[in-house]
Design a protein around this ligand. Sequence first.
Ligand SMILES: NC(=O)c1ccc[n+]([C@@H]2O[C@H](COP(=O)([O-])OP(=O)(O)OC[C@H]3O[C@@H](n4cnc5c(N)ncnc54)[C@H](OP(=O)(O)O)[C@@H]3O)[C@@H](O)[C@H]2O)c1
Length: 182
Amino acid sequence: MTRFRYFTAASLDGFLADDDDNLDWLMTQPIDEDGPLNYSEFIAGIGALVMGATTYQWVVEHNATSGESWQYTQPTWVFTHRQLAPVVDNVTIAAGAAIDFRQTLAEAADGKDVWIVGGGDLAAQFADAGMLDEVLVSFAPVTLGGGRPLFTRAYDFELREVDRNGAFVVARYDVVGARGRN
Ligand SMILES: NC(=O)c1ccc[n+]([C@@H]2O[C@H](COP(=O)([O-])OP(=O)(O)OC[C@H]3O[C@@H](n4cnc5c(N)ncnc54)[C@H](OP(=O)(O)O)[C@@H]3O)[C@@H](O)[C@H]2O)c1
């Protein structure tokens, strides 16, 4: 059965990016690409992606600067209220409630899982819709003091796995539910 998984990195104080969407604090950290909770193993199990507009624009701009092309072969849904241009054919621009996309995403994932790429409010919207099974976070040894939050609701999680990968504490959690509702 398709799982909805939020796989991300965060600062120690729970931010995905600083207020300027800068990720330099993250990209410069040492990591073992074959180590615990590594990206290659994770992405191999992913059949479809979901991301918010800020994340999408960061990826597109980062690729434009570095000369890379869109890196995801899986169909990707980008949530925005704007008319953003899809960079490739398998990017779909979407808006609305997560629940309205449940069947579409599960079908697109074709037996694999759905990656909620971020940001933290989109992940929380999916959780509120009962569409978030797992959160996998690599915590960098940095505090940012503010920025884009890892998650924007009060929720309980159950720690299922924890390890070290390079500079990161990597942790995998099951989503238990909204605090006060479980
Ligand atoms: N550390 C990491 O590994 C990691 C992972 C992921 C992301 N990031 C970074 O973290 C930052 C995340 O940015 P963010 O917090 O602004 O989150 P985001 O989810 O990337 O973007 C938020 C935007 O998504 C759109 N949106 C969200 N829910 C929607 C819905 N239900 N329907 C329609 N549109 C919806 C809205 O865009 P509109 O204003 O266009 O309507 C909203 O302003 C980015 O800088 C990204 O690069 C870091």
